[in-house]
Write a protein that binds this ligand. Structure first.
Ligand code: ASP
Length: 582
């Protein structure tokens, strides 16, 4: 045996045992007559001790030659410590070393391999394999592992088959750009890496596989936004002969199982909210419902009193911040600056203080009487001590800016606790979304999503109002998953492509295989996919998905460790029939 134990398992009960441990040198303390070494591996840290007069001089000499992160093998006897360390699981014991071997020396690491490191993000990414030696990062990967195992366990128990689908495919339009792979043997032709296995999982339903899942890499060449990775992992699922409700309850089951097994949390049944209500009450299709602060529309109360900003607005809408009437002028100015930031896009902010003495004081007292403000306060269901924050303008823009303000207030008031989990199904998404730039409709989810049967008749007359059998799972304001009941009839799929501006030839060229499959007895089906990296980050109480990926790319989509993307040789280019424009 190379080693008898790990660095995390020895206890008092092991005293007097002869053991062999291997690991990395975390720390050396040399007090002249005594040397202590903290030996670390994945499982923990065990203290080694060398004592002049007791340990042989050759061994002491080797111990003195070691440096941080050397890999060593130590043989010795487990002994009870005189000075115990209750903070360490192995803190009651130490190893009196009798044999010591350097398995491999180490260069001085570029940053501290400790829980708190001095290494900046860039340096840690370049030496990610060293960063992964640190406990917090390793623990994230352990969590990810556990989530993977539990996901498989649940889906297997529900009769799902895990089936792999190819990575070298042809474009599936899901709103992002494809990563493409040039073909060597077919000059001028390209594969695309899947943005998701969408069409394949649907074809598996045509095959009669009935319940499919795959924990799968997806690739999207998107413009970089914070917390996006060009390759990411989905829990991708599809089922046959199901209603929307069947899909929601099956996967609510998965998420509840994960919370129970991984975090020991019993979740209440997940509430459901229509897309229309989410937008109306939260200005977002992924509301954070850990806190209330619903939007209150006071358009009819606020207009026609001579305040030009409100009179020219499509909507006047606000939120009530409980107990915030005492906000200072400076705090209110800061909120106004916040909503005016270009990325938020608000024009300004009106406030009404409901003072503890019952009086109302607003930033627009010039235009509104005490009765006006009292009517607003009633609509807001405000109490003395509350603050009302009001915005006005074009409906969509105002709602989305107010959403940002609501989230900021929630954070400022500490209502967004990382240890509280509030899931929400958002349902009844619109099928289509008008794109100003291209002057056409786009599929809001993807082109395979089924319209609600009762709305199919609107496809010709009023496409913007067609609702889809589509749903998202949102937890704490983060979109964790999304899916839909699919179209399974060729004629409706064809109609959908036409609505999206495809000619019949284009549709046939890109999706002929799917529409043909629909002619061979395609069952009704639907599914969902979860963003697995994001789910792990949520469970780990972190904001960034990067922390839960072993080898992530940076914000510029680069892997700075292996230095990719990179150029390739002229010979490779020639073989792939590619010419690079200089
Ligand atoms: N393929 C979809 C996506 O990646 C999910 C689904 O509709 O199942 O978002």
């Amino acid at each position: 045996m190379f080693r008898t134990n790990t660095c995390g398992e020895l206890r008092l009960r092991d005293v007097n045992k002869e053991v062999v441990l291997c690991g990395w040198v975390q720390r050396i303390r040399d007090k002249g007559g005594m040397i202590w070494i903290d030996l670390r591996d994945r499982y923990g840290i065990t203290q080694l001790i060398f004592e002049e007069g007791k340990t042989s001089p050759e061994i002491i000499e080797i111990a003195r030659s070691l440096g941080r992160e050397y890999v060593i093998k130590a043989q010795g006897i487990v002994a009870e410590r005189v000075a115990k360390n209750p903070k360490m699981p192995t803190g009651d014991i130490e190893i009196k070393v009798q044999k010591l071997e350097t398995l491999n020396p180490s260069a001085v690491p570029p940053f501290l391999i400790e829980d708190e490191t001095d290494g900046g993000e860039d340096l840690r990414m370049k030496y990610r394999y060293l960063d992964l030696r640190r406990n917090p990062v390793r623990r994230n990967l352990e969590l990810r592992h556990q989530m993977l195992q539990k996901t498989r366990q649940y889906l297997d128990s529900q009769g799902f088959l895990e089936i792999e689908t190819p990575f070298l495919i042809k474009s599936t339009p899901e709103g992002a750009r494809d990563y493409v792979v040039p073909s060597r043997i077919h000059p001028g032709e390209f594969y695309a890496l899947p943005q998701s296995p969408q069409t394949f999982k649907q074809l598996l339903m045509v095959s009669g596989m009935d319940k499919y899942f795959q924990i799968v890499k997806c690739f999207r060449d998107e413009d970089l936004r914070a917390d996006r990775q060009p390759e990411f992992t989905q829990i991708d699922c599809e089922m046959s002969f199901v209603t929307q409700n069947d899909v929601l309850s099956t996967f609510e089951g998965l998420i509840r199982f994960l919370f129970k097994e991984v975090k020991g949390i019993d979740m209440d049944p997940f509430p459901r909210m229509s897309y229309a209500d989410a937008i109306k009450y939260y200005g977002s299709d992924k509301p954070d419902i850990r806190f209330d602060m619903k939007f209150v529309d006071i358009t009819t109360l606020a207009e026609g009193k001579g305040f030009p900003v409100f009179d020219s607005a499509e909507i006047v809408v606000g939120i009530r911040a409980k107990g915030c009437a005492g906000y200072t002028r400076k705090q209110l100015d800061e909120l106004t600056d916040f909503v005016r930031r270009p990325q938020i896009g608000g024009k300004g902010l009106v406030y009404v203080r409901y003072n503890p003495d019952g009086t109302l004081k607003s930033s627009v007292d010039k235009y509104f009487s005490a009765e006006d403000l009292a009517a607003w306060a009633q609509k807001f269901e405000a109490q003395p001590g509350d603050l009302m924050l009001i915005m006005a303008g074009e409906t969509n823009k105002t709602r989305s800016a107010l959403n940002e303000l609501r989230l900021k207030m929630g954070a400022d008031l500490q209502l967004r606790d990382k240890n509280v989990f509030k899931p929400l199904w958002v349902i009844d998404f619109p099928l289509l979304e008008w794109d100003e730039e291209t002057q056409r409709f786009h599929a809001m989810h993807h082109p395979f999503t089924s319209p609600k049967p009762e709305d199919v008749k609107l496809l010709d007359s009023n496409p913007a109002n067609v609702r889809a059998n589509a749903y998202d799972l949102v937890i704490n304001g983060v979109e964790i998953g999304g899916g839909s009941i699919r179209i399974h009839q060729k004629d409706i799929q064809q109609k959908m492509f036409r609505t999206l501006g495809f000619t019949d030839e284009e549709a046939k060229k890109q999706f002929g295989f799917l529409m043909e499959a629909f002619e061979f007895g395609a069952p009704p089906h639907g599914g969902i996919a979860f963003g697995f990296d994001r789910l792990c980050a949520l469970f780990g109480g972190a904001d960034s998905i990067r922390d839960f990926i072993a080898f992530p790319k940076n914000n510029a989509a680069r892997d700075v460790m292996i230095d990719s993307p990179s150029t390739i040789s002229q010979a490779q280019l020639d073989e792939l029939h590619l010419a690079i424009k200089k």
